[in-house]
Write a new protein. Structure first.
Ligand code: MOS
Length: 692
């Protein structure tokens, strides 16, 4: 039990406190931090996929007016810690992937820096390289664990025997593409090295992890690094852990003490320096009896990492806990390629990992002649199939049933390819969503009484998700005061430690610390505190975490229209119904769920980073060619939720909602496309060439 708060401010749709500043362009982003006489950085990137640079000639570049410095592997400061090869930039001449930073220009204007960078002549020695992900690559290996610390392989019962004896079976291979996080605000930093202190205004989902990482890399005590980020223009995980750009900005600042420097990755540079979602190849095997009860679930995933740093996406994780089946087997294998370092992108693991299985469920339903909603209901487990623990709450069946009713699923004719509306073939599909509901230890908050108001301080991040708005709601209920009497201060390492805005754990983790601090404050000072009274507390342990499996669930229903002549597709309706604990703020929550669903729709129809194996770079590395969904792709987009009370999670009763919206969406769309056209697309995106 976590001592659920009585919801008064919680549950109300306060509009975003940061909204006016953001929409009027007055919320200062990292790059815009006012700085006196800044210098500007421009990274020089390797133009080969593997090898080394042997000479860097910069006579012409250095003679340009306004060029202050060219930092190369030959001149750069030696970093104190180079364990993380992604961050160990300009330390040697080796090139492990195309786009690796091999130089940095510092100049009086950003235009001069960029111009000079283009004038630098680099000579290379090239080595053979490989950037192609293949399921039959003989060098595939088994990583020690998958993100963040799950076993790579699992096995229960006797999968092989059960699957080979299955009355009805699906055995198919599904593919998801390489995807790039494209927050509107790129990865940017303003850095100042002054009086032995490094200050970074950095666009990040975690000021404290930037501080600890940068301090380690430069061998500085953490107290000599301050990181500030009150506002972000999106992140989606690419700003969840620091990348090379922040190290470059700090390196540059240390060459010009007392002068601020600014570095903004260009959109194109983000395609090799800011992480991405690995492409996956997923073999999914489902075996069922004639009544549609799953006896065996198998999922074997092949994905890629870079040669210099391992990131193993936990793609098979949801197949371990989603449906009841006594025999199950999952595995992850990695290819170590000459490619940039993959990383977090909204719902790593669950997002790609629910594509194959949820399309396979649709294929199984068709093979059985069972409705796809019913098939999922028939396979609802009583306990978590993986851990054997009860779920703290699991309302997937209710999401499916309620969602089906709201969508109008009952009228559905199961036959594929038979509905026509003018030029359009029309169909509908369903898929389930899931995301873990966790909180992280290690956040701390201060509550202080100042001039008749309450101030809450915590180093949390609001990447557009609503933290500015919901933390005061949580504090208000814990203090039993109106939300508008609470001010919040976030996004600065000057405030108490906060864990990353990632894994959909922010609200649960920070909110729990805020509640603990508010309760400590009330215990100490009662209802009538004096000016300057304050209390601080950490996110407490949650003993229930060991006894329960904790997840949010959802069901997404898509209706698509595919032009019978051209194959062009539109999602005419996309409806999600979720069971994600208590909703702290319906305005910000709906926006999170719709945002996730939109990104899932985008993954279904468009997103695809096309890597040219001859040169090793993503050729469509900008928003002109890396297509994302727009309003024209979808007409009726809705997210709603069930009332769910879960006392085992945290005092708010909330589950994380930043990521679940993207999970299952692409499968729902692919299943609807099959229902419309009769064509089963198993490799994303669903482009028109696959339908004709
Ligand atoms: Mo999210 S990919 O955990 O920032």
């Amino acid at each position: 039990m976590t001592g659920l708060l009585e919801p008064r401010a919680i549950g109300r749709g306060f509009t975003r406190r940061d909204g006016p500043a953001k929409v009027t362009g007055t919320a200062p982003y990292a790059y815009e931090h006012p700085a006196e006489a800044p210098l500007y950085c421009y990274p020089i990137q390797a133009a080969i996929a593997r090898g080394r640079c042997v000479r860097i000639s910069a006579v012409e570049a250095e003679s340009l007016d306004g060029v202050r410095e060219l930092i190369t592997p030959f001149t750069a400061e030696r970093l104190a810690d180079t364990d993380d090869a992604e961050l160990a930039v300009l330390q040697d001449c080796e090139i492990p992937f195309r786009g690796r930073v091999i130089g940095l220009v510092l100049a009086e204007t950003s235009e001069t820096a960029r111009h000079a960078a283009e004038l630098v002549d680099v000579q290379y020695e090239t080595d053979p390289f490989d950037t192609r992900l293949r399921a039959d690559d003989p060098d595939l290996y088994q990583p020690d664990k998958v993100n963040p610390s799950f076993p790579t392989d699992t096995s229960e019962g006797d999968f092989d025997t059960a699957f080979s004896g299955a009355a009805v079976a699906v055995d198919q291979t599904y593919r998801t593409s390489m995807y790039h996080n494209n927050p509107l605000e790129p990865h940017t930093t303003t850095a100042l090295w002054e009086n032995g202190m490094l200050t970074l205004w950095d666009s990040t989902q975690s000021v404290h992890s930037v501080r600890s990482t940068v301090a380690k890399v430069f061998g500085l005590p953490a107290e000599r690094v301050r990181v500030i980020c009150p506002y972000l223009g999106g992140g989606f995980g690419s700003k969840g852990m620091p990348h090379a750009n922040v190290v470059l900005a700090a390196l540059a600042a240390r060459t010009v003490p007392g002068r601020p420097v600014k570095l903004a990755l260009t959109r194109q540079q983000m395609f090799s320096l800011a992480g991405y979602r690995t492409p996956t190849i997923q073999r999914v095997r489902l075996g069922a009896d004639r009544d549609g009860r799953l006896e065996s679930i198998g999922m074997d995933v092949v994905e890629q990492t870079s040669r210099i740093k391992e990131f193993a996406e936990q793609t098979a994780a949801p197949a371990r806990m989603m449906y009841a089946a006594r025999n199950r087997s999952t595995s992850h294998r990695l290819a170590r390629l000459d490619v940039p370092v993959p990383s977090w992108m909204r719902a790593p693991g669950e997002c790609p990992g629910m594509f194959g299985p949820e399309v396979a469920m649709d294929e199984l339903a068709e093979a059985l002649g069972v409705d796809p909603v019913d098939l999922r209901v028939r396979n609802e487990p009583e306990r978590d199939p993986e851990s054997g623990r009860p779920f703290s709450s699991r309302h997937l069946v209710e999401c499916l049933r309620t969602g089906a009713e709201r969508f109008g699923w009952d009228q559905r004719d199961p036959r594929p390819g038979v509905r026509r509306d003018g030029p359009w073939l029309v169909g509908s599909g369903v898929a389930a969503s899931v995301y873990p509901a966790k909180r992280m230890p290690g956040s701390s908050a201060v509550v202080r009484y100042e001039k008749g108001r309450y101030a809450v301080e915590i180093g949390a991040a609001d990447l557009g998700t609503g933290a500015w708005t919901i933390l005061p709601q949580i504090a208000a209920d814990a203090l039993d005061v109106p939300a508008d009497s609470v001010d919040v201060r976030i996004g600065d390492t000057a405030f108490p430690e906060a864990t990353v805005a990632g894994g959909s754990t922010g609200t649960a983790s920070w909110g729990s610390a805020v509640v603990a601090a508010a309760r400590a404050f009330r215990d100490k000072y009662g209802a009538d505190p004096g000016d300057g009274d304050e209390a601080q507390a950490e996110t407490p342990e949650n003993p229930d975490e060991k006894d329960y499996a904790t997840y949010g669930f959802g069901a997404q229903f898509a209706e698509v229209r595919v032009d019978a002549d051209t194959g062009e597709g539109r999602v005419s309706r996309l409806h999600g119904t979720f069971a994600v604990g208590r909703i702290v703020n319906p305005v910000t929550a709906r926006s999170q769920l719709l945002g996730g669903m939109t990104m899932g729709l985008s993954m279904a129809l468009h997103e695809n980073s096309v890597l040219d194996p001859r040169f090793g770079h993503v050729v469509n590395h900008d928003l002109a060619e890396y297509h994302i969904a727009t309003n024209a792709d979808v007409e009726d987009l809705r997210a709603d939720w069930l009332d769910e009370t879960d006392p085992h999670l945290n005092p708010m009763g909330s589950k994380g909602i930043g990521e679940i919206g993207i999970v299952g969406t692409a499968a729902a769309v692919a299943n609807a496309v099959h229902h419309a056209t009769g064509v089963r697309v198993r490799d994303l995106p669903i482009t028109l060439d696959k339908l004709l």
